[in-house]
Design a protein around this ligand. Structure first.
Ligand SMILES: Nc1ncnc2c1ncn2[C@@H]1O[C@H](COP(=O)(O)OP(=O)(O)OP(=O)(O)O)[C@@H](O)[C@H]1O
Length: 365
């Protein structure tokens, strides 16, 4: 299936505020795209518009050359004619049908002959590893198994586009982890295009090939997950993606303390413009002997929080409190003073946008 293209898509409910504003988005064929953002940012509305469950109030949605929605031309293709599979947060399995019958249901509706139906249902259940429970009823399955059956039901129909709205939200932490790996495998094996809605940045980073971050109905950044993590396009994305989040130090008109120290450093490193904010990821804050090009300061250790495989350290640096995240043991105690440094600073302009000229300057340096 070709790309899904949203052009200047808007949606307002009942003439109120826009849930989605002027959205331009291309979902490439075969992509695993996550729509990521906080509650109410418009991601579910976007997914429902792609599915045809909501009609946009402005713009165009197309798959390749086939226009599915065009507000200007009064064009709208209903969900059942879009050839897309849907799984929503509250997946409903028929309680009186066995697992196999549940998966065959959609195929029966499409009048697929019985032997083929059976074979496709079994193949889909194998793909999600629930084939051993084929003759059980939903009430005899765990939540995770039920979730997989819902996925199998969708996969059996063989859609080239899968639309998933927080499908892992009812699962416990261990199952979520397992299902992330499963979904990634299913994506690779099926070759389907997946659009996945989540507010969980870890889910987006671990599974997606492309992440679209939304806020307040608007697209903030569209990028491959690790590119987004390394080079967030603006302060919103920088603070939303990453845990613990990036600290962004405001640089006012007469910066003192930590802001002053950071500003002096970036100016000495040839920052092309004066930033409005300087961001530091906790794991980019290091201890010990810094390289000559790094920013450095003395830091007072306030607390050390070991968590098995990582150590979070709360530091006071000049007038500010920052968190450092280390994946090697931190042998320090409250009251100790350490030299901390980083060579990975993120600069944002007064408007909050990333100063990519700084990234380029850093690469040259
Ligand atoms: N049927 C509706 N009628 C009126 N307003 C709606 C409707 N559906 C969504 N909205 C509003 O549109 C905005 C976007 O909602 P949407 O559900 O798309 O966000 P979301 O990012 O998916 O949030 P969540 O993660 O909480 O589901 C919100 O302000 C919401 O209140």
């Amino acid at each position: 299936m070709p790309n899904i293209t949203l052009s200047a898509v808007s949606k307002s409910y009942g003439g109120g505020d826009h849930a989605v504003k002027n959205l331009d988005l291309v979902v490439p064929d075969g992509a695993f795209m996550c729509l990521l953002g906080p509650s109410g940012c418009g991601k579910t509305t976007t997914l429902r518009m792609i599915a045809g469950l909501e009609q946009p109030t402005g713009g165009t949605i197309a798959v390749g050359d086939r226009v599915l929605d065009c507000v200007e031309r009064g064009l709208y293709v209903p969900p059942e004619k879009r050839g897309m599979g849907l799984v929503f947060q509250n997946y409903a399995l028929w309680p009186h049908l066995s697992v196999r019958e549940n998966v065959e249901f959609g195929l029966r509706m499409r009048k697929v002959p019985a032997p083929e139906r059976r074979a496709r249902a079994e193949a889909a259940l194998k793909m999600v590893h629930v084939d051993a429970a084929m003759d059980r009823y939903p009430s005899q399955l765990s939540g995770g198994q039920q979730q997989r059956v819902a996925l199998a039901r969708m996969l059996a129909v063989n859609p080239s586009v899968l639309l998933l709205d927080e499908p892992l939200s009812n699962l416990d932490a261990r199952l979520r982890l397992e299902m992330r790996a499963e979904l990634k495998r299913i994506h690779e094996e099926s070759g389907a295009t997946i659009v996945f809605v989540t507010h969980d940045q870890l889910e987006a980073l671990t599974m997606a090939t492309d992440v679209a971050v939304m806020s307040d109905g608007e697209l903030q950044q569209l990028a491959a997950p690790m590119d987004m993590y390394a080079r967030p396009a603006n302060r919103f994305v920088a603070e939303f993606v990453g845990s613990p989040p990036m600290a962004i130090v405001d640089v006012g008109p007469s910066p003192a303390g930590l802001a002053g120290s950071l500003l002096r450093h970036v100016e000495s490193r040839g920052a092309p413009e004066r930033p409005g904010g300087v961001g530091i990821r906790p794991e980019a804050l290091r201890f010990g002997a810094p390289p000559a090009s790094a920013w450095r300061e003395e830091a007072l250790v306030e607390a050390v929080l070991p968590a098995g495989s990582s150590w979070t350290v709360r530091l006071r640096i000049l007038d500010a409190e920052l968190y450092a995240l280390s994946y090697t043991p931190v042998e320090a105690a409250p009251g100790d003073v350490l030299t901390c440094w980083t060579d990975q600073l993120h600069l944002f302009g007064a408007d909050g946008a990333r100063m990519s000229s700084w990234d380029a300057a850093e690469v040259r340096a």
